[in-house]
Design a protein around this ligand. Structure first.
Ligand code: FAD
Length: 435
C-alpha cells in the first residue's frame, strides 16, 4: 500500500511539528505556507519552553479585568472597542470560562499535553534539528512577596507531573544576587530551573531544514484558497501554487484557521490574540529569562540581544502595530530593570496567537470530515506544546487511535460549531506584513 499523503496547511510551529511526527510515522508530507515558513506567531514570540506554566488564558477575575481594559489601550489585556461587536459570541464563551474550576481543568489538560515537551525537543535535537537550547532557567520577578507566592502556589500541582519546581519564594537579597540588573523595587521572586528557551526563528529554520532533509515537501508562498470535498472527504486543496491531492489534511494556519474552515460551514471559535515583541542590544542583559510579573512582560536573553515580549490585544486579524503598547512594554521593563533605557528598539514585531474561548488547543478530526484535522488554538503556549501536540495528532491520523492526552481538545466541545451557509475563503495578501 502506498504511503498516506498528508498536506499540512501552515508552516508555523504547529504545522511544522505535526509534519515532523507524521513523516516519522511514514506519511508523505507536504507543507503549504502562504508566507515564509515560521513567519507568523511563531517568529517573534519569547521562545519559552515552559510546560509547568500551563494555565489557560481565561482565569478567575479576568472577565472583569477585560471589561475595564476596554477603555485602556495600554493595559496588558486589551479589547479594541471596534472588534467587540464581531467577537460577542467568543467573548461570552471566554467570560464563561473565567472561573476557578475551568482554569484548574484547563491547566491539568495542558500540563498533561506538555509533559513530553522537553523529551520530544531533545529528541528533535538528537535527530539533527540544530537549535541551541538555553538551559539557564527562568527568574520570576515581583514587586511584592504576595505576587511571587501566588505564582509559586499556582505551580505546585505541577510537581505531581514530574516538574522540578522551586520550594520557596526568594527574598530581595537572594534575588538581586541571582540577577544584579534588577531594580530595588523588585522584592521577591522564584527561580524555575527546568525552564528553557530558544531563539524562535532559529528553531523554525532548523526544523524546516530537518524536514526538508527527511523528504517533506515545503512550499512557501503557497496560500490555500479552498478544499475540494467529496463525500465527507477532502480530496484536494486549491492553492496559489496549484492543486494538491491528499489522503488527509491538517489545518494548522494559526489565527487564520477559521477562514479556512468557514468555507466548509464550520465556525471555529478561534480569535487572534495579538502580542508584541522587540529586541534591544547593548543594554543590561539578564543571566536568564525573566518574567516581570507586574507589567506581565517576558524577557529572553538571546546572544547579544534581549528580546522583550508580551501583551494581549484583541483587535481583529491584522498586523497593525500600536506604538503606544510598545512604549508601555518599554516602561514596564524600565520599572523593574536597572538602566533599561534603550536608545532604539530592533525587530519591533506583532503576531497573533490563535485563541479559543476556553484558552485550550483544538487538536482533533474536524467533525463531519473523515480526513480533515485541526491543530490550532495553541494560544500562549504554542512553542511549548507544539511538539507533543504534533506527535499525538500524528498518532491519531496514522493509527486512528486517539492518545488520551488529546481528549480535552476535541472540537465538538464547542456548541454551535456548525453554521448554515458556507462562505468562500477571502484571500489575504501573500507575503503581507506579518512581522
Ligand atoms: C508575544 C508573544 C509571545 C509568546 N511567547 C511564547 C512563549 O514564550 N512560549 C510559548 O510556548 N508560546 C509563546 N507564544 C505563543 C506561540 O507563539 C503561538 O502559540 C504559536 O506560535 C502558534 O503557532 P501556529 O503554528 O499555530 O501559528 P503561526 O505561527 O501563526 O503559523 C500559522 C501559519 O499559517 C500560515 N497560513 C495562514 N493562512 C494560510 C493559508 N490559507 N494557506 C497557507 N498558509 C496559511 C501563516 O502564514 C502562518 O505562517 C507567544 C506568542 C506571542 C504573540
Amino acid at each position: 500500500m502506498s504511503a498516506q499523503r498528508v498536506v499540512v496547511v501552515g508552516g508555523g510551529v504547529a504545522g511544522l511539528s505535526a509534519a515532523y511526527s507524521l513523516r516519522r510515522r511514514g506519511a508523505e508530507v507536504t507543507v503549504l505556507e502562504s508566507n515564509r515558513l515560521g513567519s507568523g506567531a511563531s517568529a517573534g514570540n519569547a521562545g519559552w519552553l515552559c510546560p509547568a506554566q500551563a494555565g489557560p488564558l481565561p482565569e478567575p477575575g479576568l472577565a472583569a479585568d477585560g471589561v475595564r481594559s476596554l477603555l485602556q489601550r495600554d493595559s496588558a489585556l486589551y479589547f479594541a472597542p471596534a472588534s467587540v461587536p464581531r467577537m460577542l459570541g467568543w467573548l461570552a464563551g471566554f467570560a464563561s470560562h473565567c472561573n476557578a474550576r475551568d482554569h484548574r481543568h484547563g491547566t491539568e489538560a495542558l500540563a498533561r499535553l506538555g509533559r513530553r515537551a522537553f523529551e520530544l525537543i531533545d529528541r528533535w535535537i538528537d535527530d539533527g534539528v540544530d537549535v541551541p537550547l538555553q538551559r539557564t532557567g527562568l527568574l520570576v520577578c515581583a514587586r511584592e512577596r504576595d505576587g511571587a507566592q501566588r505564582f509559586l502556589d499556582a505551580l505546585q500541582p505541577m510537581r505531581a507531573l514530574g516538574h522540578t519546581l522551586p520550594e520557596r519564594v526568594l527574598e530581595a537579597g537572594e534575588l538581586h544576587e541571582q540577577e544584579p540588573i534588577l531594580a530595588d523595587v523588585v522584592r521577591a521572586g522564584l527561580l524555575v530551573e527546568e525552564h528553557r528557551h530558544v531563539h524562535p526563528p532559529t528553531l523554525m529554520a532548523a526544523l524546516s531544514q530537518r524536514l526538508a532533509a527527511m523528504g517533506v515537501t515545503l512550499e512557501q508562498g503557497a496560500e490555500v484558497l479552498g478544499l475540494e470535498v467529496d463525500g465527507g472527504r477532502v480530496r484536494a486543496l486549491r492553492s496559489t501554487a496549484g492543486s494538491v491531492d491528499c489522503d488527509a489534511v491538517v489545518l494548522a494556519a494559526g489565527a487564520w484557521t477559521p477562514r479556512l474552515t468557514r468555507e466548509l460551514g464550520v465556525r471555529l471559535p478561534v480569535a487572534p490574540g495579538k502580542g508584541y515583541s522587540f529586541e534591544v542590544r547593548g543594554g543590561p542583559m539578564p543571566r536568564r529569562a525573566l518574567l516581570l510579573l507586574e507589567p506581565h512582560v517576558a524577557c529572553s536573553p538571546l546572544g547579544d540581544r534581549l528580546r522583550v515580549a508580551g501583551t494581549m490585544e484583541f483587535s481583529g486579524v491584522n498586523a497593525r502595530l500600536d506604538q503606544r503598547r510598545v512604549a508601555t512594554m518599554v516602561r514596564g521593563v524600565g520599572g523593574m530593570v536597572r538602566d533599561f533605557a534603550p536608545p532604539e528598539l530592533e525587530q519591533v514585531w506583532t503576531g497573533m496567537r490563535p485563541i479559543a474561548p476556553d484558552g485550550l488547543p483544538i487538536i482533533d478530526r474536524c467533525p463531519r470530515h473523515e480526513n480533515l484535522y485541526l491543530a490550532t488554538a495553541y494560544s500562549m503556549l504554542g512553542m511549548t506544546i507544539a511538539a507533543p501536540a504534533g506527535d499525538a495528532l500524528a498518532e491519531l491520523i496514522m493509527t486512528g487511535r486517539r492518545p488520551p492526552e488529546l481528549e480535552p481538545f476535541r472540537a465538538a466541545r464547542f456548541p454551535r460549531l456548525w453554521q448554515t451557509g458556507a462562505r468562500r475563503i477571502a484571500r489575504r495578501p501573500v507575503g503581507g506584513a506579518m512581522g
